[in-house]
Design a protein around this ligand. Structure first.
Ligand code: PA5
Length: 449
């Protein structure tokens, strides 16, 4: 059974149903290539059976590490970039109260993030916050060599050691990295940090269900067993029936590719719940890095409504008609709040009195989708019953599998990211990194021309 429902009926004004279902045969082949590991990038398919293969002993161990850090941290800083932080942040923000002020202090740490930018102001302010707080660090880098998290970790490690002394600091650091390679692995071994391994066959953006996502999520206080069990449920469900009619993964992959073939090159993920903002960020990374290559791919964008109806809404309604949207629609909020009756009714809102706020939100969603379809924007809809660990686990697996199936429809390798190296090479050359001497000379000539 799946809690995720996909509806492409509001795309059928823009694409024939036959163009969607015609992908069936290719999709069947793609599943076979994924399960039999015969397609492009097949050494990075460890995520496929990860939920069912995750031992409960690993989950128990992660929970134990998490509770030790929770007990002594008001703040936990997750250091990582791209796939090494977005999955954790997506789940944590989706499940957390919107306001940190609603959290208890110790025992339920506020999660902060570093290593995903090189901003001097951001890092300075983070250190200022940490001067006042008891904290711990989770540093995540599969390669163990990525500049942004390495730089942030150098600063934060120094701060932590000065605050607590080297011995206590080492108990407040957990490293998640490759089992043998990379500078982070070497550092962790030498300093005696507790470590978790990123499996060789799981790439960064598919790693949220490994310790990369699980440890920060557990530290934030959420149930990683339920997260994995939701993902496991989707893993089983997807395998049962590949048909576009019954399998939302197949239907989503087919529809977005049919739209792409009709000139819809931009997909906007839309949410009406602000706590899904980082889920969209995770999805953007997963799909952008997986599909955007060989001069092909749908550009993944995101909006949070109704906020963005007052900014991007204008463009979506009337701008260039090269986009489609996929709404992630949540059926049931966690809370109940009614619009109050007001005697004076000066704001003219009494017509809403007694209605739930979520009902107003639902009508905004429905009204927007009708307006956008009328304006020439195909509207896809993914419905989930509520936001909890288990449903998020299902949704994560849904998007991972759909990304792989979709990437294979596009005939790219959805598991590599060769384009990410270009900026790094130039940055290293400009900074005079040892080993980049000829690149340094060449780039300095270019900028001095
Ligand atoms: O999906 C990916 O592989 C990337 O986004 C990486 O996760 C990101 O570049 C960070 O890499 P690393 O974990 O090696 O520091």
């Amino acid at each position: 059974m799946s809690n995720i429902h996909f509806d492409y009926s509001k795309a059928l004004r823009f694409v024939k149903e036959s163009e969607i279902v015609n992908f069936q045969e290719k999709i069947n082949e793609n599943y076979k290539a994924i399960y039999n590991k015969t397609g492009k990038g097949n050494d990075f398919l460890g995520w496929v059976d990860l939920p069912s293969k995750t031992e409960s002993s690993l989950l128990d161990e992660i929970a134990k590490t998490a509770s030790a850090l929770r007990a002594k941290s008001e703040v936990c800083v997750v250091i990582g970039i791209g796939g090494s932080y977005l999955g954790a942040r997506a789940v944590i923000e989706a499940l957390s109260p919107a306001f940190n002020l609603l959290k208890k202090k110790k025992g339920n740490p506020v999660m902060l993030y570093a290593g995903h930018n090189i901003s001097e102001d951001y890092l300075t302010q983070l250190l200022q916050v940490l001067n006042e707080k008891d904290y711990s660090l989770v540093v995540i880098s599969k390669s163990g060599t990525t500049t942004e998290p390495a730089l942030a970790f150098r600063l934060l490690r120094r701060h932590l050691e000065e605050k607590y002394g080297a011995q206590e600091a080492a108990t407040r650091i957990v490293a998640i990295t490759d089992k043998a390679r990379g500078a982070l692995k070497q550092l962790a071994t030498e300093k005696g940090y507790q470590t978790y391994i990123v499996p060789d066959d799981v790439g960064g953006r598919y790693s949220v269900l490994t310790p990369v996502g699980l440890l920060p999520i557990a530290i934030a206080g959420f149930d990683i067993k339920n997260l994995i069990s939701g993902a496991r449920q989707m893993e089983t469900f997807v395998k049962e029936d590949y048909s576009i009619a019954n399998n939302p993964v197949s239907a989503y992959a087919a529809t977005r590719n049919a739209l792409y073939n009709n000139g819809k090159a931009i997909e906007i993920m839309v949410n009406y719940e602000p706590n899904l903002y980082f889920f969209t960020e995770w999805w953007k990374q997963l799909y952008g890095e997986s599909e955007g290559k060989e001069n092909k791919g749908i550009f993944p964008a995101g909006v949070s409504n109704t906020t963005d109806l007052h900014s991007m809404g204008q463009y979506i309604q009337e701008g260039v008609r090269n986009l489609f949207e996929t709404v992630v629609s949540v059926e049931n909020p966690q809370n109940k709040l009614l619009v109050p009756q007001d005697t004076d009714n000066l704001d003219k809102l009494n017509y809403l009195a007694g209605k739930r706020i979520s009902e107003v939100n639902r009508m905004a969603e429905l009204g927007t989708s009708i307006a956008h379809v009328d304006g020439g924007v195909p509207n896809l809809r993914i419905t989930i019953p509520e936001v909890n660990e288990s449903v998020l686990g299902e949704l994560i697996y849904f998007y991972e599998m759909a990304c792989a199936v979709s990437g294979y429809l596009l005939e790219v390798n959805p598991f590599d990211q060769p384009g990410v190296e270009a900026y790094k090479k130039n940055m290293f050359a400009l900074l005079g990194k040892p080993g980049f001497e000829s690149e340094t000379e060449a780039i300095r000539k270019r900028i001095n021309q």
